[in-house]
Structure formats: structure tokens, C-alpha cells
Ligand binder design. Structure first.
Ligand SMILES: [Zn+2]
Length: 311
């Protein structure tokens, strides 16, 4: 591997491949994109941190989509948690996400609350929507795992190992400061997967997890620190270099830029509202005759006037 250039790759994923170890990986660090998404919501710090972690995971997984128009959705859901629902998605480089939570219960939790304290018994669903290849193909693939482990990253790692039978390592670091100037947050993550090629049939998962190449990569990558993932002055390529510089070859590929993006549109919202019976619409409206609809993903408000619907 050649020493890195100075590019930091913040808000842009870095893909890499280590041919001699059959391992592919991705690094991502969210700064501006994350701040823009979080500042639209103004959630409590604990919810912000959790959403930041989920957005990094979404960026790591979404940036594996090769075809334009593909979408990755990450959803954590539970009936009994302080956070009841958390949804993030990625499409063509655009990230968005929101959370529904019980503010009183969140306020009663310590800032280092465990995944279980936040969600209780819940599940994590990861959905890939790709372009349909054939008429029969829905293009959709979804896997669901329990929300277990110490973090969302743990649960996502569990998803790949259990559902995909793919040796996987995922780490996410979050630097969240709630200062007088408002919250600031930088979060970064790494994902590594072992993809041995040309081996006969489907090996048992345990044999794959025990593969010496994978164990070697896991040991190297396990040394990464959270503050390296979140240090804005440390180029992602430098992280790959620090971890894997002794490997004979590491192929680096820069992904396309990430940004805050939403796909809500007024025409669709008007269409949904117009399907309600007139008396229900009247009940939804405020004294001025407007129905206020907020997009949960981006917090954008769409005031729809009853008059404009009745005409
Ligand atoms: Zn929106």
C-alpha cells in the first residue's frame, strides 16, 4: 500500500479491497451531513447520538449499492423502548433519518445508556431495494435481527454474520458535544467483510469466521479507536494505511459524496390529505383553515389550506 494523500474524505465514503485477504471494507465519516440532519430535528443528546450512529451505519451499508436508484433502509423498532422507532435511509448519496421517542423516559436515562435501556426488546431491519432484474424479481431484500449487543453497530454486525453468513466487523465512533452554541456531532465508522472467492460450495459459518485471513484482518482492524474515526483532521485513507500498511496490496476507491437529502414532496402530501373525507379534513385543520403536515425525516412543514383542497 502506498502512503496516503491528504484528502480527508469527510462526508464521502472510502472503499477499499485487500485482495490477498479476500476482504473488502468501507470507511465513512459524517460531519456537515450529520450536523444538517440533526439540527433539523433538535432531539435530546441521547437520541441525537443514537441517530448519528444509525446514520453512519446507513452510509456504510448504502455506499455498497452499485446501481443508481438503489435504496438502503435501516429501521430499529420496538413496542416498549424509550426510543420506539428509528428510521434512516440512503439513496443516491442522500441520507435522512428520524426517531420517535418518549421524551420523559429519555430524560431519565444516563448519557451512556445501553442499547437495551434505549430500545428494550426490539429488532433491527435492514432492507435493500434494488432495480428489478426480472419481472418476477421484486428488487427488495430484507433481513431482520434482534436488537442485541452493546450498540446498533453490534446489532448490524450480527445481522451480516447471522443472516448473510458473512464474517463482518463494524465499528462506529461518535464525538457528540452539547455546548452552548448548540450540539455538534462528528461520527465515523468502518465496515469489513470477508469474501473468499473460488471456494467450493458454501462453507460452514464457523469455518469462515475461523479463516486465518479473516482473523488476521479482524485483529488489525480491532485496534481502531473511536477518536480516529471521528478526527476530522485524520484522512480516512490514513486510517486504512495505519491499519493495513503491511498488506501487499490495498486497493482504494473513493465513493461519491454524501449529503442530507429528503424525498418528501408537497404534491404527494396533498394527494394523501385529499383522500380523507371532507369532515375529517376540517377536523385536522387549525382555526385559519390550514392542515399542518410535517415530514418526519427532514422536519419540513407543509401547511395545506382546506380551500386549496376543496377547489
Ligand atoms: Zn422531508
Amino acid at each position: 500500500m502506498t502512503p496516503p494523500q491528504s484528502e480527508t474524505f469527510t462526508d464521502r465514503p472510502l472503499r477499499f479491497f485487500i485482495p490477498s485477504r479476500d476482504t473488502r471494507g468501507r470507511l465513512v465519516r459524517l460531519d456537515k451531513t450529520l450536523s444538517e440532519i440533526l439540527s433539523a430535528h433538535r432531539y435530546p443528546p441521547l437520541v441525537e447520538r443514537t441517530l448519528a450512529e444509525a446514520l453512519v451505519l446507513t452510509a456504510l451499508l448504502g455506499s455498497s449499492l452499485k446501481d443508481a436508484g438503489g435504496q438502503l433502509t435501516l429501521q430499529a423498532q420496538t413496542d416498549e423502548g424509550a426510543i420506539g422507532l428509528l428510521v434512516c435511509d440512503y439513496k443516491d448519496g442522500a441520507l435522512r433519518g428520524y426517531a420517535q421517542f418518549d421524551a420523559d423516559r429519555i430524560a431519565s436515562l444516563p448519557q451512556d445508556a445501553t442499547l437495551f435501556a434505549l430500545f428494550g426488546k426490539g429488532y433491527l431491519a435492514i432492507t435493500f431495494d434494488r432495480e428489478k432484474q426480472t419481472a418476477k424479481d421484486s428488487g427488495r431484500y430484507q433481513g431482520i435481527v434482534p436488537l442485541e449487543g452493546s450498540s446498533l453497530a453490534d446489532a448490524a454486525q450480527h445481522y451480516f454474520i447471522q443472516s448473510e453468513q458473512l464474517p463482518t466487523l463494524i465499528r462506529v465512533g461518535i464525538d457528540h458535544a452539547d455546548g452552548s452554541g448548540g450540539a455538534s456531532c462528528v461520527a465515523g465508522g468502518i465496515l469489513l467483510q470477508h469474501l473468499p472467492e473460488g471456494e467450493e460450495g458454501r462453507e460452514r459459518l464457523q469455518a469462515r469466521l475461523d479463516h486465518p485471513h479473516w482473523q488476521h484482518i479482524e485483529a488489525l482492524a480491532g485496534s481502531i479507536r473511536d477518536d480516529e474515526l471521528t478526527d476530522k483532521s485524520l484522512p480516512l485513507e490514513e486510517i486504512a494505511w495505519r491499519l493495513f500498511h503491511e498488506e501487499t496490496e490495498v486497493r482504494i476507491e473513493e465513493g461519491s459524496g454524501l449529503r442530507k437529502g429528503c424525498r418528501c414532496d408537497e404534491a404527494h402530501i396533498r394527494d394523501v390529505i385529499s383522500r380523507f373525507p371532507e369532515d375529517e379534513r376540517a377536523e385536522m385543520a387549525d382555526d385559519a383553515g390550514n392542515i399542518a403536515v410535517n415530514c418526519e425525516f427532514c422536519s419540513k412543514s407543509y401547511p395545506i389550506s382546506l380551500d386549496s383542497l376543496n377547489n
